[in-house]
Design a protein around this ligand. Structure first.
Ligand SMILES: [Zn+2]
Length: 240
């Protein structure tokens, strides 16, 4: 028997992405390219999403007039791309933040320190091509501290979304403030954008540098200068 009800009511043929989008819209939750939506996914939906995305990539390849039925090289490209987007390069949208424990700052440390370089692996929201570079984080500790390696973990999670660099740095700053409430926070990102290297103006050496300073780094110019000096020293240690 054929149902006369629209698919959105029967739920049978509604793409999983539409169900998720409707849920987010009803809850008033933003789902921009650089937002994380992990809290709004139900059990099993990520797997369904992977199947849906693979189907769309397959159609994209067909629209590009690539013979995926006979080309052994692109035979499973759609499935690979879907997995890569959902679980690797954009995992920061669909997967929860890695568990990061913070500890009380028992010794009341209040000297600044920097961590870096931390790898930046992201993609631009405009072209979905890589943004690759390095990031340095400066902290003047507050009431709580987190382990050094945790900065890499949270940065990887934040950067693994489609971004523009300026917003990526702000989102990373918000997450670090939430995790350890430092008295001061500084972040510097230097990255190369493949939408400038690979296409468009094709400038292979151009990089974008931006920074954000909050708390004591913002109010105290000497502290800010110390951060950039420490980054310079760490950079000089890099093997080119
Ligand atoms: Zn771009």
């Amino acid at each position: 028997m054929t149902s006369t009800l629209p698919s959105s009511i029967t739920g049978q043929l509604t793409p999983v992405s539409r169900r998720i989008r409707e849920r987010l819209e009803n809850a008033g939750v933003p789902f921009l390219a650089n937002d994380n939506i992990a809290d709004h996914l139900n059990e099993g939906e990520l797997e369904q999403l992977e199947i849906e995305v693979a189907g769309k990539v397959r159609e994209l390849l067909r629209s590009l007039v690539i013979d995926i039925d006979n080309d052994h090289n692109t035979e499973e490209t759609a499935e690979r791309v879907a997995r890569m987007y959902l679980h690797e390069v954009f995992k920061g949208r669909y997967h929860e933040q890695p568990k990061i424990a913070s500890f009380p700052n028992v010794k009341k440390l209040d000297e600044i320190y920097t961590v870096g370089p931390i790898s930046v692996r992201s993609a631009c929201s405009h072209h979905l091509v890589p943004i690759l570079g390095n990031c340095w984080i400066g902290i003047k500790p507050g009431e709580r501290v987190i382990g050094l390696s945790k900065f890499s973990r949270v940065a990887d999670w934040v950067f693994s979304r489609p971004h523009i660099q300026e917003e990526a740095v702000m989102i990373l700053a918000d997450e670090i403030e939430r995790l350890c409430e430092p008295q001061g926070l500084a972040i510097l990102v230097k990255a190369q954008h493949y939408c400038m290297k690979w296409r468009g103006v094709k400038e292979p050496q151009t990089s974008m540098v931006n920074s954000i300073v909050r708390g004591d780094f913002r109010h105290d110019p000497s502290l800010k200068a110390e951060f950039f000096e420490l980054v310079k020293q760490q950079e000089s240690l890099l093997i080119n």
